[in-house]
Design a protein around this ligand. Structure first.
Ligand SMILES: [Zn+2]
Ligand SMILES: [Zn+2]
Length: 321
């Protein structure tokens, strides 16, 4: 069975690049021209984008494209999550744990947060719930999730934020090390300032705390710190890989094979890496599969390949939630 449990509907920051990517997604489903970029083509593209922007990410107009692609890719279950930082209700949480000081990093991150935090959680929940029957009629189980950023010591506040709605599952993610959002291309220069051994040590310490918090059905992309290709010799990371594997097994927490970094980021590698995946599989860790798509044409990307990879390592049961 092929499943994709990590799918996003929209993510800022909003830019002409975002607009271009959105237009590409729309035209993947509704090709507009014979390849010629004439005036009628740009007018028609503009009309499609206008409609998409007006209706927003929580509209059948947009989600139906995910459904269409999910059927093409033969998915049986799909979990839609959006990032916790998308929702205005979570402003205090992120302002508390992110560096939004007057430093260069703080200013950049504060601006980023204001640009991406645009939605209301209730609208997201109500919309996904309202679409479940339609998906079921097409033979696909649609699930509602949340991708929650984990910060050391965040437990009580995060629990409270998540308790406001009923989730089919919650993903725990580490996108920040001590206030720094390391996957933001605008701040990647900071990798140069760190001793990579120390940085990876600290990162895996936070990932382990997230796992042991017991708050998550699965913990996502376990080695996404490699996103921009900064990684020490993987041999030196093996003890961390083993520690993470132990924590997952002991707490009965699953993880995923996530294709996002493979097709969207400089590292061009799945999460976890081949050697990390081997350690996890040998320890008996449970897995689900995910595309981490942010656009409908990417849903289900590489899920079949990764399901096969898991099988070749003896993992035959893909987790669902
Ligand atoms: Zn993530
Ligand atoms: Zn994600």
């Amino acid at each position: 069975m092929t499943v994709d449990y990590h799918v996003h509907l929209e993510e800022g920051p909003y830019s002409f690049r975002w607009l271009e990517r959105t237009s590409r997604a729309l035209q993947h489903f509704q090709p507009l021209s014979d390849g010629f970029h004439h005036r009628e083509w740009i007018q028609a593209s503009h009309n499609l984008l206008s409609e998409r922007l007006e209706k927003g990410p929580y509209s059948a107009l947009w989600l139906d494209l995910y459904l269409q692609k999910a059927k093409e890719r033969n998915l049986k279950e799909v979990g839609i999550v959006d990032h916790l930082y998308r929702f205005r209700e979570t402003r205090d949480y992120f302002e508390k744990h992110m560096d939004i000081s007057e430093s260069d990093l703080g200013k950049k991150q504060h601006q980023w947060l204001k640009q991406v935090m645009t939605e209301n959680m209730g609208n997201f929940v109500d919309f996904i719930e309202s679409q479940k029957t339609k998906w079921a009629d097409h033979g696909i189980k649609l699930r509602l999730g949340m991708e929650a950023d984990f910060f050391p010591g965040c437990h009580d506040q995060l629990k409270e934020l998540l308790s406001t709605h009923q989730w089919d599952y919650v993903i725990g993610s580490v996108h920040f090390v001590d206030g720094w959002g390391f996957d933001n291309p605008e701040t990647k220069g900071r990798f140069e300032q760190y001793d990579l051994q120390d940085l990876y040590g600290r990162f895996f310490q936070i990932v382990e705390e997230a796992i042991r918090s017991g708050m998550f059905d699965f913990v996502a992309h376990l080695d996404n710190l490699k996103v921009f290709n900064y990684r020490p010799d993987e041999e030196t990371l093996k003890p961390y890989y083993q520690k993470i594997a132990r924590a997952l097994v002991e707490t009965n927490t699953a993880t995923e094979v996530n294709a996002g970094l493979f097709y969207r980021y400089p590292i061009k590698e799945m999460c976890p890496s081949t050697s990390f995946l081997k350690v996890l599989a040998e320890a008996g860790v449970k897995f689900t599969t995910s595309s981490d798509s942010h656009f409908p044409d990417d849903i289900g990307c590489y899920v079949e390949e990764n399901t096969e990879r898991l099988r070749s390592l003896g993992v035959f049961d893909v987790q669902t939630f």
